[in-house]
Design a protein around this ligand. Sequence first.
Ligand code: C5P
Length: 218
Amino acid sequence: MSAPPRRAATPVIAIDGPAAAGKGTLARRLAETLGLPYLDTGLLYRAVGRLVLDAGADPADPDAAAAAVAALAEHHLRRDDLRGPAADAAAAAVASLPAVRAALLDFQRGFGAARGAVLDGRDIGTVIFPDAPVKLFVTASLPARARRRWLELEAKGIEAPLARVEEEMRVRDAMDEARLAAPLRPAADAVLLDTTDLDPDAAFAAALKVVRERLDVT
Ligand code: C5P
């Protein structure tokens, strides 16, 4: 029997999944529609990774990552160099360090605690908000996700062979799934949404249906 809808005082919508599955677009649109704040938690790891690179250090070095996370400020999340292969790899490396994850936990929880929020990432439904009333695990096939990322890069004028984009994505997903600290996996009570054959409107409609079933919202 499915749980009855509830009007949560602080409705948190947790959206997890691998790279380029459509989480960000979906999360942003849900937040806008429901009048909730939105946090792209990947930006936190990207900014920390970028600060380590700025310091000329190795993102897998726990001391360098600890110094970066201690120096992290809100304006770092607005840097324009948080995307691209180097930033992707640095983010995934710092994200596998338990001390980095622990240092970012309170900020993420605080963001959603006051009046609810939509957060997207890898461990929102499993670690950050394990009691979130709505959890979606958004995925798509690797070729579909790589193609989307490749088209995004192309639109920005960045040339990269599709095969390389796919391989880098495969490696990053594998790191996110294999790490011991908060590995990427669906929460037991998450609803799976496969967007391989869905356009953004269809994915949004499916997600909104889940939200309406789980929360008492119209
Ligand atoms: O979502 P995005 O691709 O921007 O995330 C970049 C990297 O940050 C991911 O590959 C993952 O290693 C890490 N991440 C994470 N937990 C989150 C969000 C992102 O480990 N909640």
